[in-house]
Design a protein around this ligand. Structure first.
Ligand code: SDX
Length: 432
């Protein structure tokens, strides 16, 4: 007998099924609530509402647990690569050696971008934000790489997945080079995914880029930590847009747009701008903390707090280790790290943050890692997007593979004016 709950509405008892996840999480299935009671539920921000069941990523916000396809993110960060983790998320299991070799070869084969795309980049205003460019260019990929009529649906998806994972990395580096007026650097067949990206970003004819394996390792870990995070804002955008049966490129473009927001992926750039403001004397730490606590000030302590984690974000812990190792390796003494460590300590001893379970999230230290890699601040969220791409794709595919894949169309509770008549303009009283 499956588990149910009872709801007493208008003197009538309604029985609703309970869905229990593989980690014991429970949900009330309200799929027939309106039909049975005439009521809907209301949950702005969906903090209490599950949009789907999913077998991809498990998070426990109270215990700070994050697992991709059951594997703890700590083990993947220590032992895997971003390309292998992308395969795991998208295909549901770690690749065998032949599968990994084939996946890497496919990514290499599809790493070039249509030459005409450079004309698009060259015509964006120089001050354009790279996230706006990325969202537009991901959508444009559909025009440059339409699905071949001879492909089966599965072949079409697989080639699109490979193109996205490989070309978005190339497009990001291309966008950076063109924005600087530098010659575009092409991917090289002898470099792996992450080394290729760093080379495409920083190699130039008069100062060849030296691949440092410690920086390549740091970039792998950075992207592994960002690879998926269940039904976050941008992933929900990808699923929602995809539910209208639009192509994967357009769905991913919607995810890029959602990630751009400073409350979401844009926080890594906002953290560095906050730390820099403190460092350059524009703001004292005391002022920043006071502003973050002031209910009348929209300012938030960027890189702190999380809708799900009510303890330290497990990714923040690993990112801090990457920070320490990278600054050690590059012999860089970044004053912003010192400020970040002090700001974290200050906040974690402050009742306001402690009472609200506000801890550093993935974005708090990630910007310092990116600075150590030489990534410009306005590209920080692009780096988050490249990392989140496998997760977006895996989640979109899981939705598309669901035989009951429904169009996302939430309801509302109307609070507007009662019915009224159209008034001809001549008879409209001037409003005070
Ligand atoms: C990411 O969802 C995901 O998984 C996202 C992500 C992923 O991998 O996809 O993890 C990536 O987006 C991480 C979060 C990055 N954003 C930031 O660092 C921006 C700063 N953080 C906040 O804006 C906030 O913490 C959110 C948006 C992240 C979460 O906010 P919620 O869950 O909507 O919580 P809330 O706004 O209702 O806050 C509860 C209380 C409020 O105070 P009171 O009304 O109780 O007095 O906590 C306060 C908030 O004012 N609060 C903060 C705060 N975060 C929450 N106060 C100061 N500084 C903060 N950072």
């Amino acid at each position: 007998m499956s588990e149910t709950v009872q709801l007493l509405i208008d003197g009538k008892t309604v029985e609703l099924p309970v869905v229990t996840g593989s980690e014991g999480e429970k949900a009330i299935d309200i799929g027939r609530l309106r039909q049975l009671t005439g009521y809907i539920t209301l949950d702005p921000g969906f903090a209490n509402t599950g949009s789907c069941t999913s077998a991809i990523t498990f998070m426990n916000g109270e215990q700070g647990v994050l697992r991709y396809r059951g594997i703890p993110v700590e083990q993947l960060a220590e032992r895997s690569t971003f390309v292998e983790t992308a395969y795991l998320l998208i295909n549901g299991a770690l690749p065998t050696k032949p599968q990994l070799v084939n996946w890497s070869q496919l990514l290499n084969r599809h790493s070039l971008v249509h030459e005409d795309m450079q004309i698009f980049y060259q015509n964006f205003p120089r001050h354009s934000h790279p996230m706006g460019i990325l969202s537009a260019m991901v959508n444009a990929l559909r025009s440059f790489y339409p699905t071949l009529p001879t492909s089966t649906a599965e072949e079409a998806i697989n080639i699109t997945v490979t193109r996205l994972i490989s070309k978005v990395r190339t497009m990001a580096a291309m966008s950076y080079k063109i924005s600087r007026g530098h010659r575009v650097v092409y991917p090289r067949p002898d470099l792996d995914y992450c080394a290729n990206f760093l080379n495409m970003m920083f190699d130039n004819p008069v100062q060849p880029y030296t691949i440092d394996p410690r920086l390549v390792r740091a970039l792998n870990v950075f992207w592994i930590l960002h690879a998926d995070h269940e039904q976050n804002c941008s992933t929900s955008a990808v699923r929602l847009v995809g539910s209208a049966r639009v192509n994967l490129y357009a769905s991913i473009s919607a995810g890029v747009s959602a990630l751009w927001g400073p409350l979401h992926g844009g926080a890594n750039q906002a953290v560095i701008e906050m730390l820099r403001a403190i460092h350059e004397g524009g703001e004292s730490m005391a002022t920043v903390i006071a502003r973050a606590k002031d209910p009348n000030d929209p300012f938030r302590l960027m890189g702190f707090g999380h809708r799900v984690y009510k303890t330290r974000d497990p990714r923040a812990k690993i990112m801090k280790q990457v920070c320490d190792e990278l600054l050690e390796a590059t012999q860089v003494n970044d004053p912003l790290l010192t400020i970040a460590v002090e700001l974290e300590k200050w906040a974690l001893e402050d009742e306001y943050f402690v009472s609200r379970d506000l801890y550093p999230n993935v974005d708090f230290y990630s910007g310092i890692v990116l600075r150590a890699l030489g990534i410009p601040t306005n590209m920080f969220t692009v780096m988050f997007a490249i990392g989140r791409l496998p997760g977006w794709i895996a989640q979109w595919k899981e939705g598309a593979d669901d035989p009951d894949w429904k169009l996302y169309r939430p309801r509302q509770i109307y609070t507007g004016p009662p019915v009224n008549e159209y008034v001809p303009i001549a008879e409209r009283e001037p409003r005070e």
